[in-house]
Design a binder for this molecule. Structure first.
Ligand code: NOJ
Length: 579
Protein backbone atom coordinates (compact mmCIF):
# COMPACT_ATOMS: atom_id res chain seq x y z
CA UNK A 1 0.00 0.00 0.00
CA UNK A 2 1.35 3.41 -0.93
CA UNK A 3 2.03 5.59 2.08
CA UNK A 4 1.35 9.28 1.97
CA UNK A 5 4.18 11.63 1.11
CA UNK A 6 5.47 14.56 3.19
CA UNK A 7 3.08 17.42 3.98
CA UNK A 8 4.59 19.84 1.45
CA UNK A 9 3.73 17.47 -1.38
CA UNK A 10 0.13 17.23 -0.29
CA UNK A 11 -0.43 20.88 0.49
CA UNK A 12 -2.23 23.66 -1.37
CA UNK A 13 -0.46 26.99 -1.49
CA UNK A 14 -1.86 30.53 -1.67
CA UNK A 15 0.38 33.44 -2.62
CA UNK A 16 -0.15 36.71 -0.80
CA UNK A 17 1.37 39.89 -2.18
CA UNK A 18 1.36 41.66 1.21
CA UNK A 19 1.29 45.17 -0.23
CA UNK A 20 -2.03 44.45 -1.92
CA UNK A 21 -3.84 42.02 0.35
CA UNK A 22 -5.25 43.88 3.32
CA UNK A 23 -4.35 47.23 4.84
CA UNK A 24 -5.04 47.20 8.58
CA UNK A 25 -3.51 50.57 9.53
CA UNK A 26 -5.10 52.65 6.79
CA UNK A 27 -1.95 53.94 5.10
CA UNK A 28 -3.06 52.52 1.75
CA UNK A 29 -0.43 49.76 1.85
CA UNK A 30 -1.27 46.19 2.77
CA UNK A 31 0.46 44.93 5.89
CA UNK A 32 1.12 41.89 8.07
CA UNK A 33 -1.65 42.75 10.48
CA UNK A 34 -3.95 42.83 7.48
CA UNK A 35 -2.88 39.28 6.65
CA UNK A 36 -3.48 38.23 10.26
CA UNK A 37 -6.99 39.73 10.02
CA UNK A 38 -7.71 37.57 6.99
CA UNK A 39 -6.61 34.23 8.42
CA UNK A 40 -10.22 33.26 9.18
CA UNK A 41 -11.04 33.77 5.53
CA UNK A 42 -8.01 31.85 4.27
CA UNK A 43 -8.77 28.96 6.56
CA UNK A 44 -12.44 28.95 5.54
CA UNK A 45 -11.39 29.05 1.90
CA UNK A 46 -9.38 25.94 2.65
CA UNK A 47 -5.85 26.75 1.55
CA UNK A 48 -3.19 25.17 3.71
CA UNK A 49 0.10 26.97 3.05
CA UNK A 50 0.57 30.72 2.67
CA UNK A 51 3.47 32.11 0.64
CA UNK A 52 4.13 35.78 1.30
CA UNK A 53 6.09 37.91 -1.16
CA UNK A 54 8.97 39.74 0.59
CA UNK A 55 8.23 42.12 3.45
CA UNK A 56 11.82 42.62 4.63
CA UNK A 57 13.45 46.01 4.95
CA UNK A 58 13.84 47.47 1.49
CA UNK A 59 13.79 50.77 -0.39
CA UNK A 60 10.82 49.14 -2.21
CA UNK A 61 12.26 50.06 -5.59
CA UNK A 62 11.08 46.60 -6.69
CA UNK A 63 8.49 46.39 -3.92
CA UNK A 64 10.50 44.15 -1.65
CA UNK A 65 12.50 42.12 -4.16
CA UNK A 66 15.30 44.56 -3.36
CA UNK A 67 16.20 43.71 0.23
CA UNK A 68 18.41 45.97 2.31
CA UNK A 69 18.22 43.99 5.57
CA UNK A 70 17.16 40.33 5.62
CA UNK A 71 16.68 40.40 9.37
CA UNK A 72 14.39 43.43 9.59
CA UNK A 73 10.83 44.10 8.47
CA UNK A 74 9.89 47.10 6.32
CA UNK A 75 8.02 49.47 8.64
CA UNK A 76 5.12 49.82 6.21
CA UNK A 77 4.39 46.09 6.58
CA UNK A 78 4.78 45.90 10.33
CA UNK A 79 7.33 44.63 12.81
CA UNK A 80 9.16 41.49 13.86
CA UNK A 81 6.50 41.06 16.51
CA UNK A 82 3.86 40.98 13.77
CA UNK A 83 5.82 38.34 11.85
CA UNK A 84 6.12 36.19 14.95
CA UNK A 85 2.43 36.57 15.64
CA UNK A 86 1.60 35.71 12.04
CA UNK A 87 3.74 32.56 12.14
CA UNK A 88 2.19 31.48 15.44
CA UNK A 89 -1.36 32.15 14.35
CA UNK A 90 -0.91 30.37 11.05
CA UNK A 91 0.48 27.35 12.89
CA UNK A 92 -2.25 27.44 15.50
CA UNK A 93 -4.70 26.82 12.65
CA UNK A 94 -2.72 23.85 11.38
CA UNK A 95 -1.63 25.90 8.39
CA UNK A 96 1.91 26.59 7.10
CA UNK A 97 3.80 29.69 6.04
CA UNK A 98 6.47 30.13 3.38
CA UNK A 99 8.65 33.21 2.92
CA UNK A 100 10.11 34.59 -0.27
CA UNK A 101 13.90 34.56 -0.22
CA UNK A 102 15.88 36.64 -2.68
CA UNK A 103 19.28 34.99 -2.57
CA UNK A 104 20.59 36.13 -5.93
CA UNK A 105 20.85 39.85 -5.24
CA UNK A 106 20.34 42.55 -2.66
CA UNK A 107 19.23 46.13 -2.92
CA UNK A 108 21.97 48.56 -3.90
CA UNK A 109 21.07 50.21 -0.57
CA UNK A 110 22.13 47.11 1.38
CA UNK A 111 25.03 47.97 3.71
CA UNK A 112 27.03 45.19 2.03
CA UNK A 113 26.77 46.88 -1.35
CA UNK A 114 27.39 50.32 0.10
CA UNK A 115 30.60 48.94 1.63
CA UNK A 116 31.47 47.07 -1.54
CA UNK A 117 31.17 50.02 -3.88
CA UNK A 118 33.33 52.30 -1.73
CA UNK A 119 36.68 51.48 -3.32
CA UNK A 120 38.38 48.81 -5.37
CA UNK A 121 40.13 47.45 -2.30
CA UNK A 122 37.17 47.75 0.08
CA UNK A 123 36.99 44.68 2.35
CA UNK A 124 33.55 43.82 0.99
CA UNK A 125 34.42 44.51 -2.65
CA UNK A 126 34.32 40.81 -3.42
CA UNK A 127 30.78 40.39 -2.11
CA UNK A 128 29.41 41.54 -5.48
CA UNK A 129 30.58 40.95 -9.04
CA UNK A 130 32.91 43.76 -10.07
CA UNK A 131 34.97 43.82 -13.29
CA UNK A 132 36.99 46.20 -15.37
CA UNK A 133 35.35 47.33 -18.57
CA UNK A 134 36.77 46.57 -21.96
CA UNK A 135 39.96 48.26 -23.11
CA UNK A 136 41.09 50.83 -24.12
CA UNK A 137 39.33 53.03 -21.57
CA UNK A 138 37.16 50.54 -19.68
CA UNK A 139 34.02 52.44 -20.64
CA UNK A 140 32.43 49.46 -22.40
CA UNK A 141 30.92 46.60 -20.34
CA UNK A 142 33.28 43.70 -19.53
CA UNK A 143 31.35 41.27 -21.76
CA UNK A 144 28.03 40.83 -23.55
CA UNK A 145 26.03 39.36 -20.63
CA UNK A 146 22.47 40.61 -20.68
CA UNK A 147 20.06 41.11 -17.82
CA UNK A 148 16.87 39.04 -17.72
CA UNK A 149 15.01 42.08 -19.00
CA UNK A 150 17.28 42.63 -21.99
CA UNK A 151 20.06 45.20 -22.23
CA UNK A 152 23.46 44.83 -20.63
CA UNK A 153 23.49 43.37 -17.13
CA UNK A 154 26.58 45.47 -16.35
CA UNK A 155 26.38 48.83 -14.62
CA UNK A 156 29.19 51.35 -14.49
CA UNK A 157 30.21 52.87 -11.17
CA UNK A 158 32.18 56.05 -11.93
CA UNK A 159 33.56 56.33 -8.39
CA UNK A 160 35.74 53.26 -8.86
CA UNK A 161 35.76 53.03 -12.66
CA UNK A 162 34.47 49.43 -12.61
CA UNK A 163 31.27 47.63 -13.58
CA UNK A 164 29.00 45.49 -11.39
CA UNK A 165 26.65 42.81 -12.66
CA UNK A 166 22.89 42.63 -12.03
CA UNK A 167 20.74 39.81 -13.42
CA UNK A 168 17.59 41.89 -13.02
CA UNK A 169 17.59 45.68 -12.54
CA UNK A 170 20.55 47.97 -11.83
CA UNK A 171 19.54 48.62 -8.23
CA UNK A 172 19.60 44.85 -7.55
CA UNK A 173 23.33 43.95 -7.75
CA UNK A 174 24.04 40.20 -7.85
CA UNK A 175 25.88 38.73 -4.88
CA UNK A 176 29.14 36.91 -5.59
CA UNK A 177 28.55 33.35 -4.41
CA UNK A 178 32.14 32.44 -5.30
CA UNK A 179 33.07 34.32 -2.16
CA UNK A 180 32.55 31.81 0.69
CA UNK A 181 31.68 34.66 3.07
CA UNK A 182 28.65 35.53 0.91
CA UNK A 183 27.42 31.98 0.90
CA UNK A 184 27.85 31.72 4.66
CA UNK A 185 26.04 35.01 5.22
CA UNK A 186 23.09 34.02 3.04
CA UNK A 187 22.82 30.53 4.49
CA UNK A 188 22.74 32.19 7.90
CA UNK A 189 19.75 34.22 6.72
CA UNK A 190 18.05 31.02 5.60
CA UNK A 191 18.78 29.31 8.92
CA UNK A 192 17.57 32.33 10.84
CA UNK A 193 14.11 32.26 9.26
CA UNK A 194 13.80 28.51 9.42
CA UNK A 195 14.66 28.70 13.11
CA UNK A 196 11.95 31.37 13.44
CA UNK A 197 9.50 28.67 12.45
CA UNK A 198 8.74 29.22 8.79
CA UNK A 199 7.84 26.10 6.85
CA UNK A 200 9.57 26.74 3.56
CA UNK A 201 11.13 29.20 1.16
CA UNK A 202 10.25 30.36 -2.32
CA UNK A 203 13.55 31.14 -4.04
CA UNK A 204 13.62 34.15 -6.34
CA UNK A 205 15.42 33.74 -9.73
CA UNK A 206 17.35 30.83 -8.32
CA UNK A 207 18.68 29.91 -11.78
CA UNK A 208 20.99 32.97 -11.76
CA UNK A 209 22.93 32.40 -8.53
CA UNK A 210 26.30 31.37 -10.04
CA UNK A 211 27.91 33.00 -13.09
CA UNK A 212 30.72 31.39 -15.01
CA UNK A 213 34.20 32.25 -13.76
CA UNK A 214 35.51 32.61 -17.30
CA UNK A 215 33.41 35.74 -17.87
CA UNK A 216 33.34 34.65 -21.52
CA UNK A 217 30.73 36.19 -23.81
CA UNK A 218 27.40 34.38 -24.05
CA UNK A 219 26.97 32.87 -27.53
CA UNK A 220 24.73 34.51 -30.12
CA UNK A 221 21.21 33.18 -30.65
CA UNK A 222 18.47 34.16 -33.06
CA UNK A 223 15.91 34.17 -30.26
CA UNK A 224 14.53 37.69 -29.74
CA UNK A 225 12.60 36.97 -26.53
CA UNK A 226 12.57 34.34 -23.77
CA UNK A 227 9.54 32.07 -23.39
CA UNK A 228 8.15 29.76 -20.70
CA UNK A 229 10.09 26.75 -21.92
CA UNK A 230 13.21 28.58 -23.06
CA UNK A 231 14.73 31.40 -21.00
CA UNK A 232 17.29 32.30 -23.65
CA UNK A 233 16.59 35.44 -25.64
CA UNK A 234 17.62 38.99 -26.41
CA UNK A 235 19.80 37.39 -29.10
CA UNK A 236 21.94 35.31 -26.83
CA UNK A 237 22.03 31.97 -25.05
CA UNK A 238 22.66 32.81 -21.43
CA UNK A 239 24.90 29.80 -20.93
CA UNK A 240 27.34 31.61 -18.64
CA UNK A 241 24.76 33.43 -16.55
CA UNK A 242 21.95 30.96 -15.84
CA UNK A 243 21.63 27.26 -14.98
CA UNK A 244 25.31 27.06 -14.09
CA UNK A 245 26.39 23.63 -12.75
CA UNK A 246 27.53 25.38 -9.56
CA UNK A 247 23.98 26.65 -9.03
CA UNK A 248 22.73 23.07 -9.23
CA UNK A 249 25.33 22.06 -6.64
CA UNK A 250 24.21 24.98 -4.49
CA UNK A 251 20.63 23.68 -4.66
CA UNK A 252 21.86 20.51 -2.98
CA UNK A 253 23.84 22.46 -0.40
CA UNK A 254 20.78 24.51 0.44
CA UNK A 255 18.70 21.36 0.65
CA UNK A 256 21.10 19.93 3.21
CA UNK A 257 20.67 23.07 5.33
CA UNK A 258 16.89 22.87 5.10
CA UNK A 259 16.92 19.14 5.87
CA UNK A 260 18.56 20.05 9.18
CA UNK A 261 15.13 21.34 10.25
CA UNK A 262 12.97 18.33 10.80
CA UNK A 263 10.08 19.14 13.06
CA UNK A 264 8.25 19.66 10.79
CA UNK A 265 10.26 19.12 7.60
CA UNK A 266 10.58 22.29 5.50
CA UNK A 267 10.62 22.75 1.74
CA UNK A 268 12.17 24.83 -1.04
CA UNK A 269 10.42 25.87 -4.22
CA UNK A 270 12.58 27.46 -6.88
CA UNK A 271 11.74 30.12 -9.41
CA UNK A 272 13.68 28.73 -12.35
CA UNK A 273 12.88 28.78 -16.05
CA UNK A 274 13.20 26.39 -18.94
CA UNK A 275 11.96 23.09 -20.27
CA UNK A 276 11.09 20.22 -17.97
CA UNK A 277 14.52 18.65 -18.38
CA UNK A 278 16.32 21.83 -17.26
CA UNK A 279 13.93 22.40 -14.39
CA UNK A 280 14.16 18.85 -13.16
CA UNK A 281 17.92 19.17 -12.70
CA UNK A 282 17.30 21.62 -9.85
CA UNK A 283 15.58 18.87 -7.88
CA UNK A 284 18.73 16.70 -8.01
CA UNK A 285 18.99 13.25 -9.55
CA UNK A 286 18.57 11.66 -6.15
CA UNK A 287 15.80 14.10 -5.19
CA UNK A 288 18.39 15.86 -3.05
CA UNK A 289 18.03 19.37 -4.52
CA UNK A 290 15.09 21.79 -4.39
CA UNK A 291 11.91 20.02 -3.32
CA UNK A 292 9.85 21.75 -5.98
CA UNK A 293 10.30 24.06 -8.95
CA UNK A 294 7.66 26.17 -10.62
CA UNK A 295 6.54 24.73 -13.94
CA UNK A 296 5.49 27.90 -15.69
CA UNK A 297 4.32 26.06 -18.78
CA UNK A 298 0.98 25.97 -16.94
CA UNK A 299 0.73 29.72 -17.51
CA UNK A 300 0.70 29.51 -21.25
CA UNK A 301 -0.51 26.04 -22.26
CA UNK A 302 -3.38 26.13 -24.75
CA UNK A 303 -6.62 25.30 -23.03
CA UNK A 304 -7.69 22.48 -25.33
CA UNK A 305 -7.93 18.82 -24.45
CA UNK A 306 -4.95 17.73 -26.47
CA UNK A 307 -2.62 20.48 -25.22
CA UNK A 308 -3.62 20.01 -21.58
CA UNK A 309 -3.10 16.25 -21.85
CA UNK A 310 0.34 16.78 -23.39
CA UNK A 311 1.31 19.18 -20.63
CA UNK A 312 0.25 16.76 -17.90
CA UNK A 313 1.99 13.91 -19.69
CA UNK A 314 5.19 15.99 -19.87
CA UNK A 315 5.03 16.71 -16.13
CA UNK A 316 4.32 13.07 -15.31
CA UNK A 317 7.28 11.94 -17.38
CA UNK A 318 9.70 14.52 -15.97
CA UNK A 319 8.54 14.45 -12.34
CA UNK A 320 7.63 10.87 -11.43
CA UNK A 321 7.56 9.93 -7.75
CA UNK A 322 9.39 10.88 -5.56
CA UNK A 323 9.39 14.16 -7.52
CA UNK A 324 6.34 16.30 -7.69
CA UNK A 325 5.16 18.78 -10.33
CA UNK A 326 3.69 22.17 -9.40
CA UNK A 327 0.72 23.96 -10.91
CA UNK A 328 0.66 27.75 -11.19
CA UNK A 329 -2.03 29.86 -12.89
CA UNK A 330 -0.69 33.26 -11.96
CA UNK A 331 1.68 35.23 -9.77
CA UNK A 332 2.79 38.78 -9.05
CA UNK A 333 4.62 39.01 -12.39
CA UNK A 334 2.06 37.56 -14.80
CA UNK A 335 -1.27 38.52 -16.31
CA UNK A 336 -4.14 37.27 -14.18
CA UNK A 337 -5.50 33.90 -15.21
CA UNK A 338 -9.11 35.01 -15.74
CA UNK A 339 -8.00 36.61 -19.03
CA UNK A 340 -6.91 33.28 -20.41
CA UNK A 341 -10.53 32.23 -20.24
CA UNK A 342 -11.85 35.55 -21.55
CA UNK A 343 -13.31 36.52 -18.19
CA UNK A 344 -15.59 33.46 -18.15
CA UNK A 345 -15.92 32.23 -14.57
CA UNK A 346 -17.23 28.83 -15.65
CA UNK A 347 -14.00 28.26 -17.53
CA UNK A 348 -12.08 29.58 -14.56
CA UNK A 349 -13.79 26.86 -12.48
CA UNK A 350 -12.58 24.29 -14.97
CA UNK A 351 -9.03 25.61 -14.66
CA UNK A 352 -9.31 25.48 -10.87
CA UNK A 353 -10.56 21.90 -11.08
CA UNK A 354 -7.57 20.98 -13.22
CA UNK A 355 -5.14 22.75 -10.90
CA UNK A 356 -6.56 21.16 -7.75
CA UNK A 357 -7.04 17.60 -8.99
CA UNK A 358 -3.96 16.96 -11.12
CA UNK A 359 -0.84 15.50 -9.47
CA UNK A 360 1.37 18.28 -8.11
CA UNK A 361 1.39 21.17 -5.67
CA UNK A 362 -1.02 23.96 -6.64
CA UNK A 363 -0.08 27.62 -6.13
CA UNK A 364 -3.10 29.95 -6.09
CA UNK A 365 -2.42 33.66 -6.54
CA UNK A 366 -4.48 35.96 -4.31
CA UNK A 367 -7.72 37.02 -6.00
CA UNK A 368 -7.66 34.09 -8.42
CA UNK A 369 -10.41 32.50 -6.34
CA UNK A 370 -12.82 35.30 -7.34
CA UNK A 371 -11.55 35.71 -10.90
CA UNK A 372 -9.95 39.05 -10.11
CA UNK A 373 -9.10 40.78 -13.38
CA UNK A 374 -5.92 42.49 -14.44
CA UNK A 375 -6.10 46.20 -13.93
CA UNK A 376 -4.99 47.73 -17.21
CA UNK A 377 -3.03 50.89 -16.53
CA UNK A 378 -1.02 53.13 -18.81
CA UNK A 379 2.62 52.06 -18.86
CA UNK A 380 3.92 55.52 -18.02
CA UNK A 381 1.86 55.54 -14.81
CA UNK A 382 3.36 52.25 -13.66
CA UNK A 383 5.00 52.19 -10.23
CA UNK A 384 6.61 48.90 -11.20
CA UNK A 385 10.31 49.42 -12.07
CA UNK A 386 9.86 47.10 -15.05
CA UNK A 387 7.22 49.51 -16.39
CA UNK A 388 9.69 52.36 -15.90
CA UNK A 389 12.29 50.45 -17.82
CA UNK A 390 9.94 49.94 -20.78
CA UNK A 391 8.14 53.28 -20.54
CA UNK A 392 9.01 54.30 -24.10
CA UNK A 393 7.29 51.28 -25.62
CA UNK A 394 3.95 52.16 -27.29
CA UNK A 395 0.83 51.15 -25.37
CA UNK A 396 -0.38 48.77 -28.13
CA UNK A 397 2.78 46.75 -27.63
CA UNK A 398 1.97 46.43 -23.92
CA UNK A 399 -1.28 44.69 -24.93
CA UNK A 400 0.58 42.53 -27.43
CA UNK A 401 2.98 41.34 -24.74
CA UNK A 402 0.19 40.92 -22.19
CA UNK A 403 -1.64 38.55 -24.53
CA UNK A 404 1.55 36.51 -24.70
CA UNK A 405 1.77 36.24 -20.95
CA UNK A 406 4.33 39.01 -20.37
CA UNK A 407 3.41 42.00 -18.24
CA UNK A 408 5.48 45.10 -18.86
CA UNK A 409 3.60 46.84 -16.08
CA UNK A 410 3.23 44.34 -13.27
CA UNK A 411 1.06 46.78 -11.30
CA UNK A 412 -1.72 45.34 -13.45
CA UNK A 413 -1.73 42.01 -11.60
CA UNK A 414 -0.94 43.53 -8.21
CA UNK A 415 -3.97 45.71 -7.65
CA UNK A 416 -5.57 45.55 -4.19
CA UNK A 417 -7.60 42.49 -3.24
CA UNK A 418 -11.32 42.98 -3.77
CA UNK A 419 -12.98 42.02 -0.52
CA UNK A 420 -16.31 43.81 -0.79
CA UNK A 421 -18.18 46.59 -2.57
CA UNK A 422 -16.96 49.43 -0.32
CA UNK A 423 -15.10 52.40 -1.77
CA UNK A 424 -11.71 50.78 -1.27
CA UNK A 425 -13.12 47.29 -1.82
CA UNK A 426 -12.47 46.46 1.83
CA UNK A 427 -8.73 46.44 1.12
CA UNK A 428 -8.24 49.62 3.12
CA UNK A 429 -10.51 51.92 5.13
CA UNK A 430 -12.61 54.14 2.87
CA UNK A 431 -10.69 57.29 3.73
CA UNK A 432 -7.33 55.76 2.76
CA UNK A 433 -5.66 56.13 -0.63
CA UNK A 434 -4.59 52.66 -1.80
CA UNK A 435 -1.07 52.43 -3.20
CA UNK A 436 -2.54 51.19 -6.48
CA UNK A 437 -6.04 52.07 -7.67
CA UNK A 438 -8.93 49.73 -6.88
CA UNK A 439 -10.21 47.82 -9.89
CA UNK A 440 -13.45 49.39 -11.19
CA UNK A 441 -15.09 45.93 -11.29
CA UNK A 442 -14.96 45.76 -7.49
CA UNK A 443 -18.72 46.25 -6.94
CA UNK A 444 -19.38 43.13 -9.03
CA UNK A 445 -16.25 41.08 -8.41
CA UNK A 446 -15.49 40.72 -4.74
CA UNK A 447 -15.21 38.10 -2.04
CA UNK A 448 -18.32 39.10 -0.07
CA UNK A 449 -20.55 39.01 -3.15
CA UNK A 450 -19.32 35.57 -4.16
CA UNK A 451 -19.37 34.19 -0.62
CA UNK A 452 -23.13 34.74 -0.69
CA UNK A 453 -23.55 32.64 -3.86
CA UNK A 454 -22.82 28.94 -3.55
CA UNK A 455 -22.48 28.57 -7.33
CA UNK A 456 -19.75 31.24 -7.50
CA UNK A 457 -16.14 30.74 -8.50
CA UNK A 458 -15.14 31.35 -4.88
CA UNK A 459 -17.34 28.51 -3.65
CA UNK A 460 -16.00 26.31 -6.40
CA UNK A 461 -12.47 26.85 -5.06
CA UNK A 462 -13.76 26.13 -1.60
CA UNK A 463 -15.39 22.86 -2.69
CA UNK A 464 -12.33 21.75 -4.61
CA UNK A 465 -9.99 22.58 -1.75
CA UNK A 466 -12.21 20.74 0.73
CA UNK A 467 -12.37 17.74 -1.57
CA UNK A 468 -8.63 17.70 -1.87
CA UNK A 469 -8.18 17.90 1.88
CA UNK A 470 -10.64 15.07 2.41
CA UNK A 471 -9.26 12.79 -0.27
CA UNK A 472 -5.70 11.42 0.05
CA UNK A 473 -5.71 10.25 -3.58
CA UNK A 474 -6.02 13.87 -4.69
CA UNK A 475 -3.14 14.92 -2.48
CA UNK A 476 -0.47 12.65 -3.81
CA UNK A 477 -2.07 9.66 -5.49
CA UNK A 478 -0.76 8.48 -8.85
CA UNK A 479 -2.33 9.80 -12.04
CA UNK A 480 -3.50 7.45 -14.78
CA UNK A 481 -5.54 8.19 -17.89
CA UNK A 482 -9.12 7.00 -18.13
CA UNK A 483 -9.36 5.18 -21.42
CA UNK A 484 -12.87 5.89 -22.66
CA UNK A 485 -12.91 5.72 -26.45
CA UNK A 486 -16.31 7.38 -26.68
CA UNK A 487 -15.08 10.59 -25.09
CA UNK A 488 -14.19 13.40 -27.49
CA UNK A 489 -10.59 14.57 -27.59
CA UNK A 490 -11.43 17.77 -25.74
CA UNK A 491 -12.46 15.90 -22.60
CA UNK A 492 -9.44 15.26 -20.39
CA UNK A 493 -10.17 12.32 -18.09
CA UNK A 494 -7.87 10.88 -15.46
CA UNK A 495 -7.90 8.88 -12.27
CA UNK A 496 -6.01 9.70 -9.08
CA UNK A 497 -5.39 6.71 -6.88
CA UNK A 498 -3.27 5.53 -4.01
CA UNK A 499 -1.82 2.13 -4.76
CA UNK A 500 -3.54 -0.58 -2.76
CA UNK A 501 -6.43 1.65 -1.74
CA UNK A 502 -8.91 0.99 -4.51
CA UNK A 503 -11.76 2.88 -2.94
CA UNK A 504 -9.62 5.97 -2.81
CA UNK A 505 -9.65 6.41 -6.54
CA UNK A 506 -10.99 9.73 -7.78
CA UNK A 507 -12.03 10.15 -11.40
CA UNK A 508 -11.88 13.56 -13.04
CA UNK A 509 -13.55 14.69 -16.27
CA UNK A 510 -12.64 18.10 -17.69
CA UNK A 511 -14.45 19.38 -20.76
CA UNK A 512 -12.29 21.85 -22.68
CA UNK A 513 -14.89 22.54 -25.34
CA UNK A 514 -18.02 24.52 -26.10
CA UNK A 515 -20.01 21.34 -26.56
CA UNK A 516 -21.98 19.32 -24.04
CA UNK A 517 -20.72 15.76 -23.79
CA UNK A 518 -22.94 12.83 -22.80
CA UNK A 519 -21.37 10.75 -20.01
CA UNK A 520 -22.38 7.17 -19.24
CA UNK A 521 -21.94 6.99 -15.49
CA UNK A 522 -23.44 3.55 -14.76
CA UNK A 523 -20.13 2.24 -13.56
CA UNK A 524 -20.13 4.89 -10.82
CA UNK A 525 -23.39 3.82 -9.15
CA UNK A 526 -23.22 4.45 -5.40
CA UNK A 527 -20.47 7.02 -5.62
CA UNK A 528 -20.58 10.80 -5.17
CA UNK A 529 -19.68 13.62 -7.45
CA UNK A 530 -19.05 17.31 -7.66
CA UNK A 531 -19.69 19.23 -10.86
CA UNK A 532 -18.48 22.78 -11.30
CA UNK A 533 -21.15 24.44 -13.42
CA UNK A 534 -23.87 24.65 -10.82
CA UNK A 535 -21.77 23.61 -7.89
CA UNK A 536 -23.73 20.34 -7.83
CA UNK A 537 -22.92 17.85 -5.15
CA UNK A 538 -24.35 14.43 -4.46
CA UNK A 539 -24.82 10.87 -5.72
CA UNK A 540 -23.62 10.19 -9.24
CA UNK A 541 -26.60 10.12 -11.64
CA UNK A 542 -26.78 7.28 -14.21
CA UNK A 543 -26.24 9.59 -17.08
CA UNK A 544 -25.52 13.26 -17.14
CA UNK A 545 -24.15 15.55 -19.78
CA UNK A 546 -20.86 17.23 -18.98
CA UNK A 547 -21.54 20.88 -19.77
CA UNK A 548 -19.37 23.07 -21.94
CA UNK A 549 -16.19 23.91 -20.00
CA UNK A 550 -17.43 21.90 -17.05
CA UNK A 551 -15.49 19.67 -14.65
CA UNK A 552 -16.92 16.63 -12.88
CA UNK A 553 -15.11 14.83 -10.09
CA UNK A 554 -16.23 11.44 -8.85
CA UNK A 555 -15.22 10.10 -5.45
CA UNK A 556 -16.43 7.68 -2.82
CA UNK A 557 -19.14 8.21 -0.25
CA UNK A 558 -16.69 8.22 2.65
CA UNK A 559 -14.88 11.18 1.12
CA UNK A 560 -18.20 12.87 0.53
CA UNK A 561 -18.87 12.72 4.26
CA UNK A 562 -15.49 14.18 5.13
CA UNK A 563 -15.91 16.86 2.51
CA UNK A 564 -17.58 19.48 4.65
CA UNK A 565 -17.99 21.94 1.78
CA UNK A 566 -21.75 21.76 1.32
CA UNK A 567 -22.26 21.53 5.07
CA UNK A 568 -20.85 24.99 5.72
CA UNK A 569 -23.47 27.64 5.16
CA UNK A 570 -22.86 30.71 3.09
CA UNK A 571 -23.52 32.71 6.28
CA UNK A 572 -20.68 30.93 8.08
CA UNK A 573 -18.39 31.56 5.16
CA UNK A 574 -19.44 35.20 5.05
CA UNK A 575 -18.74 35.46 8.81
CA UNK A 576 -15.13 34.48 8.19
CA UNK A 577 -14.77 37.71 6.25
CA UNK A 578 -15.30 39.91 9.24
CA UNK A 579 -11.67 39.41 10.26
C1 NOJ B 1 11.42 37.53 -9.84
C2 NOJ B 1 10.28 38.08 -9.01
O1 NOJ B 1 9.18 37.23 -9.13
C3 NOJ B 1 10.02 39.47 -9.50
O2 NOJ B 1 8.84 40.02 -8.97
C4 NOJ B 1 11.22 40.32 -9.14
O3 NOJ B 1 11.03 41.62 -9.66
C5 NOJ B 1 12.50 39.73 -9.74
N1 NOJ B 1 12.59 38.31 -9.54
C6 NOJ B 1 13.72 40.36 -9.14
O4 NOJ B 1 13.88 39.96 -7.81
Amino acid sequence: MQTQGPWWKRTTTYQIYPRSFSDANGDGIGDLRGVIDKLDYLQALGVETLWLSPFFQSPQADFGYDISDHYAIAAEYGSLTDVRELIDRVHARGMKIVLDMVLNHTSSAHPWFLASQRSRDAPMRDWYIWRDGKEPDGKAPPNNWRSMLGGSGWHYAPATGQWFFASFLGFQPDLNYRNPAVKTAMLDVVRHWLAAGIDGLRLDIFNAIFKDESFADNPFSWRPAPSESNPHGFFQRHVHTIDHPDTLAFARELRAVVDGFTDPPRFLVGEVFGNAETLKRYCGEAADGLHLVFLFETLSARLRGHAVREMIRGFEDAFPEPFSPTFVLGNHDRPRSIHRVKGDRERAKLLAALQLTVRGVPFIYYGEEIGMPNHDMPLHEGLDPVAARFRLIPQWMVGWFRRRGILLNRDECRSPMLWNAARNAGFAPDKATPWLPIHPDSPATNVAAQAAHPDSLLWCYRHLLALRRAEPALQDGALSWLEMPTLPDDVVAYRRSLAGVADHAVDVFLNFSNREVALDLHAYAGRSCYATRRGEHGPVPNARALGAWEAMIIFDAETAQKHEGPGVSSEAFADSLDG
